[in-house]
Design a protein around this ligand. Sequence first.
Ligand code: SF4
Length: 242
Amino acid sequence: MPQEAIIAADFQQREIPRRTGTAPPAATPLRSYYQTLYESLGPQSWWPAKTPFEVIVGAILTQNTNWTNVERAIANLRREHLLSPRAIGRVSPAHLACLIRSSGYFRQKAKKLKAFVRFLRDEYSGSLKRMFQTPTAELREKLLGVHGIGPETADSILLYAGAKEIFVVDAYTKRILSRHGWVGDQATYEEIRTLIESHLPRDVSRYNEFHALLVNVGKNWCRPRDPRCSECPLGPFLEAPR
Ligand code: SF4
């Protein structure tokens, strides 16, 4: 969930022993963050979904809300046998919106789900398999052209539903990397994605885990206010030489 404005404000509200500069560290490569988190927290088993289409539905519904609210919406869709592109295409927008109400912005999200399945039908005859056979860069551009799909959602779809080598950047990623001096407060989504992808081996499972691990850190330690650095697995990296 991009929350750049919130993150920018964070730094004005409290002091954190932040690093400065954006040059790639030599002594503490970013992959050490991954290794430390993986050893501390273990596999995160993302994405919590039963099918690629359910991942896509979740990626759209999780915009601007927490996962618990999304789970309730997905449970409603499953109960009504609506977790397929064809079923989403057929259900009325009003009923769809009602079922996903818990995820917030439910009318807009119903339109987004409808827009995605329309795109899938028109471009790939409704086949996710055909969609994911498209070269990744080309598919990414197409997804970004679908109503309601921004970079984070597109990359979540590509990585977690399509097993493509794309790193997903979110507000947690930006907050953590900014506090550690890897990126500036004004860094763009693409700058952060490129940075991480240039420092990690191109590997779907590693991208999958690292994103999930950063979300874990963001939720449990690296909060917008009063981050718990002394207890955080990444705490030693705040002071480590680079
Ligand atoms: S809470 Fe963890 S990730 Fe956040 S700034 Fe502190 S040490 Fe870094």
